[in-house]
Design a binder for this molecule. Structure first.
Ligand code: MYA
Length: 435
């Protein structure tokens, strides 16, 4: 067994010789043995690889030229999916290392004030890695640059298998494509940490990415995927199930249809609980003991979207948006619970619209459901056009936190807040089911 330090040195060496990982598939977090000839990557090199693959500029002043260069790649797009060679899951397998234990300078970037690891940074790494996995799946040796612009459409799920991430132990990410549609790709990733002499699982993540043309305007076809063996068949079928589930959830969204009979009862009982028994009025509402009005459980933020936070397509990097939303959501849960919360799950992060450089990004975090020690937080982000004053929703994030003591009950007052409550409850129940 190689020591983590040795693995780190070897990974640098292998990166210079074989930048693309081409190792055997890792199923459900079981990483293949080093001796099987895998190439290993440092997380810090993932973004450089992405820049090379699409030919992104490293300077903002050159970005227009880089964009114009990419336009000429449009004629390299496939006219149909059948034109593209079938890929195996192992073709996109990547293992990337984050040597927090052996690189103190890197550790500083990841450290939070409580001497833990900044989870927002991990979200950024997962996003970059998911994109690289998709580029490995669609890699065409004959082309110098990929004509595809691969963007994050959805973070379907991130399940925490451990709540503590040690800041002084090496981290390993593995992942590969598990399902492919016509223009969309599902990638599953696993993160583990070297602690107590072995790598132990920390989290499992499922992302959905969408391939677009070089201008990022229209969808573009991706290579089909052929599962090999029972385990891969299962992963592929799960991808199909995930797609169907997403369609069902979106059809049943409270933004489109009325709550179920059971949910309506919940809302009415919450309402009755807040009526003032001294008056015969629907309007006088009283906050029940050990409760907080939803209106008082918000935290808001603003980001000016500087070029520094751009992705390879000169829009704001999805991982940055996730980091900002997560940190705001965490702060909200922290204030609400009056203690340090731990993340249990991230679910259903939808990237509706790209965020342009220079946008004013408004972030709004709301505690929308509570149960015992759990706090469900929703973060909504929108861009504000200062000239037209138009608001456009770009993302919605859902985070489940746990604290070490019971938290006050969150109580909705308006109908809109009641829908937020029910939506939060649905997300919370989904998280509990998958634990
Ligand atoms: C330059 C140096 C900088 C440094 C670099 C640092 C960073 C490097 C890291 C680089 C990181 C870069 C990464 C970043 O930073 S990406 C930045 C963050 N992400 C975005 O900005 C994306 C914003 N959203 C959109 O643009 C649109 O909504 C997209 C494009 C996503 C869909 O648009 P639209 O709805 O019009 O699409 P369509 O109708 O044509 O369908 C197309 C396909 O998409 C499937 N679909 C759609 N929605 C969903 C969904 N919710 N769940 C599951 N699937 C979904 C759909 O089924 C279909 O699939 P298929 O049936 O064909 O298979």
């Amino acid at each position: 067994m190689l020591s983590p330090r040795f693995r780190f040195i070897r990974s640098v060496a292998s990166l210079t010789t074989r930048p693309f990982s081409r190792g055997p598939v890792s199923l459900q977090g079981k990483a293949p043995d080093m001796s099987e000839g895998n190439a290993h990557l440092l997380m810090s090199n993932v973004r450089n690889r992405l820049r090379e693959i699409v030919g992104a500029s490293t300077n903002w002043r050159d970005h227009q030229q880089a964009l114009a260069d990419r336009l000429s790649l449009s004629n390299q797009l496939a006219g149909s999916q059948d034109e593209l060679p079938v890929r195996r899951m192992k073709d996109s397998y990547i293992e990337a290392h984050l040597p927090l234990g052996t690189d103190p300078t890197l550790r500083e970037k990841y450290l939070n004030y409580l001497k833990g690891v900044r989870f927002g940074r991990i979200l950024e790494d997962l996003d970059s890695l998911a994109v690289l996995i998709c580029y490995s799946h669609t890699h065409n040796k004959a082309l110098q640059r990929s004509p595809l612009s691969i963007v994050t459409a959805l973070v379907d799920k991130i399940d925490m298998r451990k709540q503590i991430i040690h800041p002084d132990c090496d981290i390993k990410f593995t992942g590969h494509v598990t399902w492919v549609g016509k223009t969309s790709i599902e990638a599953k990733m696993h993160m583990s940490q070297y602690h107590g002499g072995a790598y132990t699982p920390v989290l499992d993540a499922t992302f959905v990415m969408v391939a677009r043309d070089p201008e990022n305007k229209r969808a573009a076809f991706v290579n089909p995927l052929k599962p090999e063996g029972i385990e891969e068949e299962k992963l592929f079928q799960q991808g199909e199930i995930n797609k169907t589930r997403r369609i069902e959830l979106s059809t049943a969204s409270l933004l489109k249809v009325a709550p179920t009979a059971e949910e309506r009862k919940i809302v009415h009982s919450l309402f009755l609980n807040t009526l003032d028994s001294k008056t015969v009025s629907f309007r006088s509402r009283v906050l029940p003991p050990n409760s907080v009005w939803m209106e008082d459980a918000k935290v808001k933020g603003l980001e000016i979207c500087h070029p520094q936070e751009r992705n390879i397509f000169n829009r704001i990097f999805g991982g940055f948006l996730m980091r900002k939303a997560y940190e705001l959501g965490w702060a909200n849960a922290c204030v609400y619970g009056g203690c340090r919360p731990n993340l249990v799950a991230v679910d259903d992060i939808l990237f509706r619209k790209p965020v342009e450089i220079g946008s004013l990004l408004l972030l709004s975090s709301q505690v929308c459901y509570t149960e015992g020690k759990y706090i469900q937080v929703r973060v909504h982000t929108e861009v504000l056009d200062p000239l037209t004053r138009q608001h456009n929703t770009t993302n919605v994030f859902h985070f489940t936190f746990v604290t070490d003591k019971d938290v006050p009950n969150i109580v909705p007052q308006s109908y809109g807040e009641s829908m937020l409550y029910l939506d939060g409850k649905r997300h919370f129940n989904q998280t509990l089911e998958s634990q």
